[in-house]
Design a protein around this ligand. Structure first.
Ligand code: CO
Length: 171
């Protein structure tokens, strides 16, 4: 059951710098489970805690493992750090559950080296590339109050201004 409400651009929590996760184990597992369900119910492939109103450095990613989208590979990430960014940049279209109806191309590093804690608090260090790297960077931004539209050129942002302020007013 997921009854988490997704915060829409304009909600102050989306602009806060989130606080570290300090509680691991069962409470975090439960919260992660609700977030994953909310993400899937809303056809998302990633979701950060501030998007469900909790200003904590926590995010979930769920990439489809096959084309028919019947299974997801789930990653739950607490207190992430991006410790290295590869030099190669790639441009990909991004959307965000907190900015419904808008998708734009964003340029980011292709590969990253990351450190984070799992649901039990164990530290994990690994490298990501491709879509996983992309989603990780997008969700990581949410923990610092950054939205993908912040990465767009001034011109593109100006073109989106009306749409974005309409979303903000509804939020
Ligand atoms: Co987002």
């Amino acid at each position: 059951m997921s009854n988490m409400k997704i915060e829409i651009i304009g909600a102050p929590v989306l602009r806060d710098v989130a606080e570290d996760v300090t509680e691991f184990g069962e409470p975090l597992e439960k919260f992660a489970g609700q977030m994953v369900q909310t993400m899937i119910d809303n056809d998302g492939i990633g979701l950060a805690a501030p998007q469900v109103g909790l200003s904590k450095r926590f995010l979930v990613i769920g990439l489809p493992v096959d084309e028919d989208d019947s299974a997801r590979k789930i990653l739950a990430v607490a207190n992430p750090e991006i410790i290295e960014e590869g030099e190669e940049l790639v441009t990909m279209e991004e959307g965000c559950l907190s900015i419904p109806g808008i998708s734009e191309e964003v340029t980011r590093p292709e590969a990253i080296k990351v450190r984070f804690q799992d649901l039990q608090g164990k530290t994990v260090e690994t490298e990501f590339s491709g879509l996983l790297s992309r989603v990780f960077q997008h969700e990581y931004d949410h923990l610092d109050g950054v939205l993908f539209v912040d990465h767009l050129s001034a011109l593109k942002r100006r073109l989106l201004k009306k749409k974005l302020s309409r979303l903000s007013e509804e939020a």
